[in-house]
Design a protein. Structure first.
Length: 624
């Protein structure tokens, strides 16, 4: 009897040990796949071959098969056995779930994967264009909608509004809460600075040193909240532009501790800073060593420079970009530091996106001070064609116009041959260099430049600058807070040009998001801006009409935007004195029009003889 009991106890113990071993084994097996990127894909994509990256301890030592008749096109291993890149063919495959099996002599384990259904008409989505006004938001500094996510256990830098370069708590919920404010201003699209995780220990608020490019930073919210932002914008007939970074990641990116390949980054070995001379990329006289350092050097030490000429890296970036467009139903990209990446690889990246989405607009930040050099980076440029190069990027930023405004053109009030508005005229005289001057991003300031209201300390010059942006060719972009008079000096600190929007935090004394909460001067700025930009919304003649401009006289610049149906006469007087202009000089455009109604005041002006305009003011005359 005792022997039987002892035997039963031993059997029970053996079974327990078996269960424990099985559990431990299954746990270690489950841990074999730590990451899968992209996490899922879609059926019916133009890009049907999808390269899936699996990451886990010694994962490359397994044989890999897949269920449901999915075809494996290739399996690529690297010198790091913790990565394997599996390319599958999804052509003619409907949305479905399937399973990858990883097997070696000792064990096997599985990983599920999904092909999802695409949104209807996803491929032919309409992107942002010259009918839009883009509102640029410094995401951490706009509005704190959810104070509970200001600090999270899995991120390093903690919120501290007392630090000018610290995280202040702005988030996606704060943006959503104030979409009606942005819409009422007249903006039709928003461009938030990057929202993906940036886990640097300091200075992480700007988001350009990303540590996970498939995950929204938890201090901004969740991936699901980003989807909600997109949905809420589309409900309001507004658009969402993602700020994409192809050139670099942050040094806290999860791959930095265990890179797929040594040449995933540009190594010298290790760190070497770029020379920042991106004109070398188009310069036929440039020394190769300078050219290489411009593109391959690191932007700063905390931003490892990605090697886009590595096919694995390039494909990773292409798929990540397409994944976000499809996942979040995006309406466009702004691409950070465009000329700093490998230009051939980036042209491939850009074309892959526009092949998938033919009407998708992408803005290149090509921060250069030459019309020819900026034009080089726009799609179908005749200048880059000389070198048999095409960036395939539809839109570039007009840094020439920005530089003129930032350097104080509206403070140049005296009439001289080379000061004042003649600089703007001369800039537009180079439009012939651009393959599509209507698809330029025009702006007075952004999150990296001097604040407009620091350069111009009075509202009159602000009005001149905004009226110019609202009536010229291209796609205007404005910077959050300038519409209420916010200032800030880049000379002091980048954080100073990225101040918190008043009213974005619960304890703010001044809430400029509401009409009743604005100070008198904030109200003057906002009311003018809203009047101007809401007028622009419906004016196709401004969006895509032809431009005819006249050489400024007495610091007065006159230009017309016109098409077969409409004509608008814009008069900007940058001098301090009232000016009277004889309209006979403009008969080429005035033709049979007799009067014009000012879009800002509704005042009617006779345009057949002469027009008087006050000093430091603008008239936007809709000709009748």
């Amino acid at each position: 009897m005792d022997f039987t009991k002892k035997k039963l106890r031993l059997c029970a113990f053996a079974r327990l040990i078996t269960v424990i071993i099985t559990f431990l084994f299954s746990t270690s097996v489950f841990a074999q796949v730590d990451r899968v990127e992209p996490p899922f894909w879609w059926s019916d994509m133009n890009r049907s071959n999808i390269q899936i990256m699996f990451y886990g301890k010694n994962i490359a030592q397994n044989d890999i098969t897949v269920s449901n008749g999915i075809a494996i096109k290739s399996i690529q291993k690297t010198e790091n056995p913790n990565y394997v890149f599996v390319t599958i063919d999804t052509k003619n495959t409907s949305s479905t779930d399937f399973t990858f099996t990883f097997k070696n002599k000792k064990k096997s384990f599985t990983q599920n994967y999904s092909l999802k259904s695409r949104k209807e008409n996803s491929r032919i989505r309409k992107s942002f264009d010259n009918s839009d006004l883009i509102y640029l938001i410094m995401s951490d500094r706009f509005s704190n909608g959810n104070p509970n996510n200001d600090n999270t256990a899995d991120t390093n830098e903690k919120s501290d509004r007392n630090k000018i370069d610290g995280r202040h708590g702005g988030d996606i919920e704060g943006i959503i809460n104030n979409l009606d404010y942005i819409k009422n201003l007249g903006a039709t699209a928003i461009w938030p600075t990057p929202l993906c995780e940036d886990n640097d220990e300091k200075g992480s608020y700007h988001g350009y040193g990303q540590s996970d490019v498939y995950k929204i930073d938890p201090r901004f919210g969740t991936n699901e909240e980003y989807l909600k932002l997109s949905s809420e914008l589309h409900k309001r007939n507004m658009k969402l532009i993602l700020d994409y970074v192809t050139n670099h990641w942050g040094y806290k990116h999860w791959m930095m501790n265990d890179m797929p390949t040594y040449d995933w980054l540009h190594q010298f070995p290790g760190y070497k800073q770029t020379n920042y001379k991106t004109p070398t990329q188009s310069d036929t006289n440039a020394a190769q060593i300078d050219k290489n350092l411009s593109a391959d050097g690191w932007f700063v030490k905390s931003m490892p420079d990605l090697n886009q000429s590595n096919p694995l890296v390039l494909n990773y970036l292409i798929q990540n970009a397409i994944w976000w467009i499809e996942y979040a139903d995006l309406d466009g990209f702004r691409v950070d530091t465009y000329p700093y990446a490998d230009k051939t690889a980036l042209a491939t990246w850009t074309k892959a996106i526009t092949d998938e989405y033919p009407y998708f607009n992408i803005t290149a930040e090509a921060w250069l001070y030459s019309h020819a050099q900026i034009s080089y980076w726009q799609k179908d440029s005749k200048i880059s064609a000389i070198q048999s190069y095409n960036s395939h990027c539809p839109n570039v930023m007009d840094f020439m116009l920005h530089a003129i405004i930032e350097k104080g053109v509206f403070n140049e009030e005296k009439n001289t041959w080379n000061e004042g508005l003649i600089k703007i005229y001369d800039s537009f005289a180079s439009d012939f260099l651009y393959p599509d001057s209507n698809n330029l991003l025009v702006f007075a300031e952004n999150h990296d430049t001097q604040r407009l209201n620091h350069v111009y300390s009075n509202i009159k010059n602000y009005k001149l600058a905004m009226a110019l942006l609202a009536t010229i060719r291209g796609i205007p972009q404005i910077y959050y807070g300038s519409e209420i008079g916010m200032a800030g000096s880049k000379n002091l600190n980048d954080g100073d040009i990225r101040r918190d929007f008043p009213g974005g935090w619960k304890d703010d004394a001044n809430n400029a998001f509401t009409s009743s909460g604005r100070t008198e001067i904030q109200k003057q700025y906002y009311d003018f801006s809203a009047k101007l930009f809401n007028w622009r919304k419906t004016k196709s003649v401004i969006h895509s009409g032809k431009t005819t401009h006249y050489i400024p006289e007495n610091n007065v610049y006159v230009y017309f935007r016109h098409n077969d149906a409409e004509s608008v006469m814009v008069i900007i007087n940058n001098s301090l004195e009232k000016q009277t202009i004889q309209t006979s000089r403009f008969n080429e455009n005035i033709q049979n029009f007799k009067s014009g109604t000012d879009a800002l005041t509704n005042a009617i002006f006779d345009v057949k003889n002469e027009i008087s305009i006050d000093g430091k003011s603008v008239l936007i005359l809709e000709l009748k």
